[in-house]
Every structure is written in C-alpha cells, then in structure tokens.
Design a protein around this ligand. Structure first.
Ligand code: ATP
Length: 332
C-alpha cells in the first residue's frame, strides 16, 4: 500500500444529498471503513445506500461532502483506477460472452491484452463461471450475471471493492461461493464495502457494519460491539427454578414447556456462568442446554429502524422535508 491511502480506506464526513430540492437522501453521513476489512452497509429501502455508493464512485454529485476514498478527496476520478465497482442492476450487452465482457472491462481499465485474457479466465474460475465463459450473456440467469459482475469488479486488481447488492438473485450455493470469494479477497488485504439487504449474509462476513435510516447513520461498529449489551447465557434445566436463583445477580427465570425452566444470565462472560453451573450440578439438576446468545443483525436492524419514542417502524424512503410524519403505522 502506498502513502496516499490515508488512515482509513473510506473516511466520510457530513455527506449530504438533496434530490430536486426536496428529497433529503443523505443527511450528514459520518462513516469510517478500515483498510483490509469487510464493511457492510444496510438499511431499509430508500435509506440512501445506493446514493452513498454512487457518490463515492463519482456517479452522483453530492450536495455537500468532505472526506476521502483511499486517501484522496471524494470525487477524485484517478482514484477509481484502484477501485472495483459492482453497481446495482448492472446490464451487460447480451451479444457478448462472459469472457468478452471481462476483457472489455479490462481494456477500459487499461490492462494489457495478454494479461486481460489470462485474468478473465482465472476470474471466471473464481466466480464459478468457467464452463459458461464462452456463452452469450443473453443466455445467463440473474445469478450468473451477478457472478460475472463480481468478476468484472476485480479485473483491475483493485485495493477497494465496492459491491452494491452482490448476491441479488444468486442461489444459496452461489451466495456461499461469493462469501468465500469475499473472504479470499480479504485475506489478500483488500478492503470490501458491501451494500446488501441479506442480513444473515452480512453477519457471516462483515467485520463492521453501518445501518442507514432515512439518510443518517443510525448505528455503526463491529457486530460484537453493537450487540454487547444483549449478550447473555441461556440455560435450560429440568424442573422448576431452584429457590437460590433469585439471589444471583443478573439471573432471571422463565418456565418453558415440558416441565423445563429457562435461566437467562445477563452476561456473556464464561467465568460468570461457571458458579451457576456448579450450583445446579451440586443440586443434582439436569442441565438440558447452555448456550451463549446475542442479538442477531436482524434484531439490531429492527432496533435501528424503530422510533424509540413511538415504537413504530420508520417509513421506507428518504426523509421528505414537507412530510410531517416519518413513521409508518406498523408497530414492531
Ligand atoms: P434500496 O434499498 O431500495 O435500493 P437505497 O437505500 O439504495 O434503497 P437510494 O436508491 O439511495 O436508496 O435512494 C434514497 C432516496 O433518494 C429514495 O427516497 C429515492 O427515492 C431517492 N432518489 C434516488 N435517486 C433519485 C433521483 N435520481 N431523483 C430523485 N430522488 C432520488
């Protein structure tokens, strides 16, 4: 990495975008992406994710923006030579083959002819499209198009890879393959910025996430940090709760079906759970299960999109300056 990378791969301050004077798509984004991490951007429909990606890719002009991408100011076109980009809903010419598409994009990225050919074959292999490389794009399924789109984003051997909904339309096997590709790229020191609605997918690969709601970052950090407060142990035992459980700090009980009791210990520290297990064992209790539990990314997401005052889910779409209510009638 050269000295122009800066401390962060992406470092955004007060990014704003107002469409047509009234659609406040982005309302002051503050976001940091570290070098070499997989960063997930999520948010409801219309939250502003694609607008933010397009501003970083210099496709959309921000109303206001400070910050850097790979150490250069936002909008610096030459930096794009070090960035790979898979846009949302991309289209390739139907009459070209997958390999021709890759070679075409490689030519645009000024990759020499010999390398183009070699790299497109190895990337087709990487995304599981080796057998289809010489078939026309018109015969591809949506998921196959996504795979070629991902390969296209890697043609210039970028330091930063920006993927807008990479697993859109991809089957479970393909999603797993794409996840593996992302992990492989990360192991090569690349930075990956993924925009996706598939929370479980993001949960499996992302080091850090940001949740965007109506043009603002509602929360960002590692999934571990963001779920720290919710981390707990759940212990299921046979029979009723022993009387001493009420004296244990952070321990609550709940009866479940089949004459079993659920003990919830409000700590994820293995040291804290040991005396509880010892006491249950000393009492001769049958322990059916013990598991560490934390909020899922979906729980986090729902928390971020829910107005704490009203308990209602915030409406999809951007913040509209002339709309008095920004919540839907749907309650959690
Ligand atoms: P999705 O998850 O549905 O793809 P998103 O989070 O990517 O949504 P954007 O596509 O960035 O959201 O849109 C943010 C807001 O800006 C939306 O309310 C959208 O209607 C609005 N918007 C986007 N592009 C334009 C445009 N060219 N002109 C006017 N409004 C726009």
């Amino acid at each position: 990495m050269d000295g122009s990378n800066g401390q962060y791969a992406i470092d955004l301050h007060d990014v704003q975008k107002i469409y047509r004077g009234k659609v406040h798509a982005l309302r002051g984004i503050e976001m940091k992406v570290h070098h070499g991490e997989i960063f997930g951007l999520l948010g409801p429909n219309g939250a502003g994710k694609t607008t933010l990606v397009k501003i970083m890719m210099t496709v959309v002009r921000p109303t206001k923006a400070r910050g850097t991408v790979l150490g250069r100011p936002i909008g610096h076109k030459p930096t794009l030579a070090r960035v790979g980009y898979l846009p949302e809903h991309h289209r390739f010419p139907q009459y070209l083959t997958g390999r021709q598409v890759l070679e075409f994009y490689a030519a645009l990225a000024k990759v020499d002819r010999k390398t183009r050919r070699k790299r497109s074959l190895s990337l087709l292999d990487l995304v599981g499209m080796k057998e289809w490389g010489d078939k026309k794009i018109g015969t591809y399924s949506k998921g196959m198009m996504q795979r070629v789109g991902l390969a296209q984003a890697l043609m210039n051997e970028p330091d930063l890879i920006v993927l807008d909904e990479p697993t859109d339309g991809v089957d479970p096997v393909g999603r797993r393959e794409i996840r593996d590709v992302l992990m492989h790229l990360k192991s090569q020191g690349k930075t990956i910025f993924v925009n996706s609605h598939l929370l479980s997918e993001l949960e499996m690969v992302c080091d850090r996430v940001a949740i965007l709601v109506q043009g603002k970052v509602a929360t960002q950090g590692t999934i571990d940090d963001l779920t720290a407060e919710s981390q707990r142990y759940e212990i299921v035992i046979q029979g009723a709760a022993p009387s001493w459980t009420s004296e244990v700090d952070k321990l609550r009980t709940d009866s479940t079906a089949q004459n079993r009791t659920l003990l919830v210990l409000g700590s994820a520290d293995p040291v804290v759970v040991q005396p509880v297990i010892d006491r249950l064992r000393a009492d001769g209790r049958t322990i059916c299960s013990i598991k560490p539990v934390r909020e899922s990314l979906e729980d986090l997401f729902m928390r971020a999109v829910t107005d704490p005052q009203t308990g209602k889910v915030r409406a999809a779409g951007a913040f509209l300056a002339d709309r008095s209510s920004t919540t839907t009638e749907r309650s959690r």
